[in-house]
Design a protein around this ligand. Structure first.
Ligand code: PMP
Length: 351
């Protein structure tokens, strides 16, 4: 979370200016909260330049619930969907899609997978085996654990359904290609506990009668995310974060910042044989930079010493090993410089 935003929240937590009470006390049915909700939606719309035919929803249950909700709402009997596997989160999305498809007599296909290469890269366009009749093509825009990212959207005729949990609002999107975008807010957008869902109007259909009301996108579209009590605090923070991004020059501005941060770190990795990037250079993520050291002992030592230098959270995910530096929107440029300097010192002592 950007420091300026933490400070603003701190200033406003006791009383939201003019409201006479805290956001934590406010009814989700109050006029003031409805204004906040409308402003947050507007912030999302402005940043992504969303056309009128896209709905913006603030739900709960995380991206993980969207793994199920997406096929529950978009995939019906006799239909098929393509899934592109680029990491653990895509695999989880696929697993849930299979459950829905099996029950409904629909089909889920794997259009491509880079698992045999430890998910170190994004598939090339010629490696995508897409079904021309697929209802949607699901992909994970940024692979949080493996440190790979689609540099541009997969090319396909069907609408894209994208898990953008770890790079939402980090760069502009070609929105027309998307039918559905979902993202847990907790990385680039706000606190944990809100899930942003953006869905194109023509993808909303009559769902099977036994689908739980809360799992039907139409419920939340009709009620503007107020069917039940939403995460009011989370939505308030998203509103503030959207304004912060806007002030930095919108998604183009934040993308430039993110590119600069990532480039500095990748340059440091490429400058020596001591550090080795996990991701193939053409698939590198600007959000999560994954790298290895010559052996696991040194990696453990690196994490320990880095933590002592206030460089926290660098241990890679257990499925990948090594190190992972997450450079989400709020992470400051100075933090990257500090990490790179620490890396140089560590190599000098241990290389
Ligand atoms: N997809 C991706 C790409 C993620 O990075 C994460 C969380 N790190 C998830 C899905 C799961 O999100 P949630 O915890 O919001 O369910």
């Amino acid at each position: 979370m950007p420091t300026a935003i933490l400070q603003q929240i701190q200033n406003e937590i006791f009383e939201l200016p003019g409201a006479g009470m805290s956001i934590l006390e406010m009814s989700h049915r109050s006029k003031r909260f409805e204004d906040i909700l409308a402003s947050a939606e507007n912030g999302v719309r402005q940043l992504l330049a969303l056309p009128e035919n896209y709905h913006v929803l603030f739900l709960q249950g995380g991206a993980s619930l969207q793994f199920s909700m997406a096929p529950m709402n978009l995939l019906f009997e006799g239909e098929g969907a393509d899934y592109i596997l680029t990491g653990g989160w895509s695999q989880k999305a696929l697993k849930e899609a299979h459950k829905v498809a099996d029950e409904r007599g629909a089909k889920v296909r794997v259009a491509s997978s880079t698992q045999s290469e430890k998910f170190a890269r994004i598939p090339r366009p010629d490696e995508l085996d897409l079904d021309a009749n697929a209802r949607f093509v699901h992909f994970t825009s940024n692979n949080t654990l493996f440190g790979t990212q689609w540099q541009s959207e997969p090319q396909c005729a069907a609408p894209l359904a994208c898990d953008a949990s770890s790079d939402i609002m980090s760069r502009p999107l070609d929105i027309q290609k998307y039918g559905l975008i979902y993202a847990g807010a907790q990385k680039n957008l706000g606190p944990a506990g809100v899930t942003l869902v953006i869905i194109r109007d023509d993808l909303l259909r009559e769902t099977p009668k036994n689908l739980a009301t809360m799992l039907d996108y139409k419920t939340h579209v009709k009620t503007h995310s107020l069917y039940n009590t939403p995460n009011t605090f989370g939505i308030y923070v998203i509103d503030v974060v959207c304004q912060w991004i806007e002030e930095l020059g919108g998604l183009k501005g934040i993308a430039r910042r993110n590119e600069e941060k990532a480039q500095i770190l990748y340059d440091a990795i490429d400058a020596t044989d001591f550090y080795r990037g996990h991701a193939a250079p053409d698939s590198r993520s600007k959000m999560n930079v994954t790298f290895r050291l010559p052996n696991e002992e040194l990696e453990k030592q690196f994490v320990k010493e880095a933590t002592a230098h206030d460089l926290d959270g660098l241990k890679g995910h257990r499925d990948v090993g090594g190190l992972r530096a997450s450079l989400y929107n709020a992470f400051p440029l100075e933090g990257v410089h500090a990490l790179v300097e620490f890396m140089r010192e560590f190599e000098t002592k241990n290389g």
